[in-house]
Design a protein around this ligand. Structure first.
Ligand SMILES: [Cu+2]
Length: 296
């Protein structure tokens, strides 16, 4: 697993290196430097949720959530010990074109409403990229997760991709606005065809609070469904833009273009035990406790 922060840092260095290199190459002084238009793509992206990944990567356990964690602040959680279910979400692009978002700074400047600035994370988050739901199959009650925003980049290759195995990794920088201490970072977000954006279980907000510590009802022991929906459909409210109309569901819209909106959901069944303890119960039991929260 590649750490997202490492990728961003490495890419910043790489970009800086390339910028230096390109400045060193003599240019025709009369030629204006124009930005290259994005290459037109013939196909469309197709996002899915990797069900096998979800099935193999979850744990119910007791954790100490510290007051300084962004997910505690953003999720309205009382700091201290809480019973959680943590899980990993991976969203491969199995389509025949890249999902292209580019620089969040440009989206914010254009005022298109796709990104918002996350004060605690000090960078931009895409709104409504993936919906996390914990469902009680008996009552249909739905709990929401602590995660509030997403940065889409190529984290890892999706091995079962049906197309070519050597597609380029193109999107590696979340981007950030200028702050008092650092200049603006130009981002390049997206998911290349054949690649996946992955949010591992340790990351901030990759959990549901089960003991009511976030103001939602307590989740009693028993069988539940975790349902993950990438690029979820929504009915636009007043003033909301319909970017991509769903061809199969009149009135339903999506934020991102895809060739198929019918394969965007994965579900798993899990059992929440009575006393999971700090070791936990589930495929990821006995993993170390988290002392500082990695964010993305
Ligand atoms: Cu973030």
């Amino acid at each position: 697993m590649i750490k997202r922060a490492t990728i961003c840092f490495a890419l910043t260095l790489l970009a800086a290196g390339l910028a230096l290199f390109s400045q060193a190459v003599p240019r025709n002084s009369s030629a204006a430097i124009t930005a290259k238009a994005p290459t037109a793509q013939a196909g469309l992206p197709d996002l899915i949720v990797d069900q096998k990944r979800l099935l193999q990567n979850w744990v119910v356990r007791v954790e100490n959530l510290k007051a300084g964690f962004c997910s505690v602040e953003e999720g309205g959680i009382t700091p201290g010990d809480h019973t959680l279910i943590r899980f990993t979400v991976s969203t491969p692009n199995i389509g025949d074109a890249d999902l292209v978002l580019g620089d969040p700074n440009a989206h914010v400047a254009a005022g298109d409403g796709l990104y918002e600035f996350a004060t605690c994370h000090q960078h931009y988050h895409f709104k409504h990229y993936t919906l996390y739901e914990l469902i009680d199959p008996r009552t249909g009650h739905v709990w929401r997760a602590a995660k509030r925003g997403f940065c889409m980049i190529d984290v890892e290759k999706y091995q079962p991709y049906p197309g070519p195995a050597n597609n380029d990794r193109n999107y590696l920088s979340c981007g950030a606005p200028a702050t008092a201490t650092s200049p603006m970072i130009v981002g390049n977000q997206g998911i290349s065809k054949g690649w996946a954006d992955t949010y591992v279980w340790k990351l901030g907000g990759q959990y549901f609070v089960l003991d009511g510590g976030d103001g939602q009802p307590v989740v009693p022991p028993g069988n539940y469904t975790i349902r993950i929906t990438v690029n979820p459909g929504f009915v636009p409210g007043p003033g909301e833009i319909c970017r991509y109309a769903d061809p199969n569901h009149p009135g339903v819209c999506h934020q991102l273009p895809e060739s198929n909106y019918e394969n965007n959901v994965s579900e798993i069944s899990i059992n929440i035990p009575d006393h999971p303890g700090k070791q936990g119960v589930g495929p990821l039991k006995n993993q170390p406790q988290i002392t500082s929260e990695p964010i993305d």
